[in-house]
Design a protein around this ligand. Structure first.
Ligand SMILES: *Cc1c(COP(=O)(O)O)cnc(C)c1O
Length: 486
């Protein structure tokens, strides 16, 4: 029998000259392109029938794993269920067919939807303003850091450094650097939080900002956040909060009340829009009024009475960070989600996300080692210390989970935990699904003791077995290469 992998190759090999699917003839005049525009030779696509194409892509789709297939506890990614209702709203004709070049009086509904969403996000975060332009979390970070830079520049003092905790997401140092700053790392204390004493020593008038994730990537709430904000503000520095983990705070606490000056949200995490294989996502930035003059243009303004419009007249704006108005249809899905749940629903979401993570923590803490004992919120970080003596590593555990139909959690992150296994179940999983995961994690621990080899060889039942991850990242083979078709 052929494996799926071998079958996939066949699509190119069964190609026969002249084979094709249904070919509808339109009555339009055909014209050949001339000169540089004309094709010089065959394009080398396989020539196959419709049924062969359908089966090829259906087969490929089954080789993948997504949040609609099963449990996907990828820590710090908030892979939760994306309610199908969101898609329906975003597919409504008036939204779907509204074009960014339409004059504003033709798209009042779309402009209002943007304004209403911005207002909701300000309410949820406790901030004064919001821009929907950034297309991802990292993009929101960059936008926020550019606004911080402009803020300092306008005061005649651009400053040099951004402080970032050692538990930070990798995008934080990257975006600070892109915004023209040098990054200085701050150590975490024994509880996994920012070391406030270290901060006091490091802060000075050359520091532009501190970027903090709260709750941080260990899932721990930064209890000293207000004190941290005070220390920064006393030296004229600002506080940037990476709000990708809002799933743990929404409806319960507001970053705006913790002293945060600017933050981003991940619509494709907390507000249940698909991550979409790299896009389109959305990472709105929310900020206090002292940063408003620097926000991206245009800014949606107005109300039902006056009507809605776009304001381009912001002389100190950092400019545009995205074509037109951001990924509008993605932001619309977030609006649908927020309106469907309402304030109490959003709060319940947070409680359930935190409860699910803590349930897993409680059930697995005697099996897997907990490197930090601090109370955690929406995610929990274990490591492979207990399995080490059997020669089993985090990677082996993660790969074995695939055999049981579970997507591996985030591994080897955060970097401050050796062999980290970072689990974020989210609120959208059922008790039964979470119990199954717990049972499998215990089973894998048992296998580690009794038959470690089975873990070392995992996964066993996937279209491709264990890959060389470095090669896969550095030299990905993204398409089939035949003898005459490379
Ligand atoms: C996901 C995440 C980001 C980056 O968001 P993208 O949308 O992937 O760019 C940044 N910080 C944290 C803490 C995250 O979890």
């Amino acid at each position: 029998m052929k494996t799926l992998r071998e079958k996939e190759k066949l699509i190119f090999e069964i190609s026969k000259k002249g084979k094709s699917g249904i070919d509808i003839k339109f009555t339009v005049e055909e014209k050949d392109f001339e000169g540089d525009y004309s094709r010089k030779g065959e394009i080398g696509l396989p020539q196959v029938s419709e049924v062969e194409v359908v089966r090829h892509f259906t087969r490929l789709s089954k080789m993948n794993y997504g949040v609609d297939d099963g449990f996907y506890p990828l820590g710090s990614c908030t892979m939760k269920h994306n309610p199908k209702m969101n898609e329906k709203i975003a597919s409504m004709e008036g939204f779907l067919h509204s074009h960014p070049m339409f004059s504003y009086n033709l798209v009042q509904g779309s402009l209002k939807a943007m304004k209403v969403l911005q207002d909701y996000l300000c309410e949820i975060t406790g901030m004064d303003f919001c821009s929907l332009q950034p297309a991802a979390g990292a993009h929101g970070e960059l936008t926020g850091m550019m606004m911080i830079r402009k803020y300092h520049e306008k005061k005649g003092d651009p400053r040099k450094y951004v402080l970032i905790p050692d538990s930070a997401h990798g995008t934080n140092p990257a975006t600070s650097t892109f915004a023209g700053y040098s990054v200085i790392e701050i150590k975490s204390d024994k509880n996994g939080c920012v070391d406030v004493e270290a901060l006091k020593e490091m802060i000075n008038e050359e520091v532009a900002a501190l970027m903090i994730t709260n709750p941080n990537t260990l899932g721990v709430f930064e209890k000293n956040i207000k004190e941290i904000a005070g220390i920064l503000h006393s030296k004229g520095a600002l506080l940037y909060m990476d709000g990708a983990n809002m799933n743990a705070l929404m409806g319960v606490v507001k970053p705006g009340e913790m002293g945060v000056d600017v933050m981003h949200l991940n619509i494709h995490k907390t507000f249940s829009t698909p991550h979409g294989g790299g896009g389109p996502g959305s990472g709105p930035v929310c900020f206090k009024s002292h940063l408003a003059p620097y926000q991206p243009v245009p800014v949606v303004e107005g109300d039902d009475e006056k009507g809605y419009t776009m304001n381009w007249n912001l002389p100190d704006s950092i400019g545009k960070v995205h074509g037109f108005y951001g990924n509008f249809l993605v932001t619309l899905k977030a609006l649908a989600y927020i309106m469907a749940l309402g304030g109490n629903g959003l709060k319940q979401t947070t409680f359930d996300a935190v409860l699910n993570a803590n349930y897993i923590r409680e059930k697995l803490k005697d099996t897997y080692n907990l490197p930090f004992e601090s109370e955690t919120l929406h995610e929990v970080v274990f490591n492979d210390k207990n399995q080490e003596e059997y020669g089993v590593t985090t990677l082996d555990i993660a790969k074995r989970l695939i055999d049981y139909g579970i997507h591996p959690p985030t591994i080897y992150f955060p970097l401050i935990v050796r062999g980290a296994i970072m689990i974020e179940p989210t609120e959208s999983e059922s008790r039964e699904e979470i119990d199954y995961f717990i049972e499998i994690m215990k089973k894998i621990d048992k296998e580690a003791k009794e038959n470690p080899e089975i873990l070392k060889q995992a996964p066993h039942y996937t279209p491709v077995r264990r890959l060389d991850e470095t090669l896969a990242a550095r030299k990905p083979v993204l398409r089939w290469k035949g003898e005459n078709n490379d």
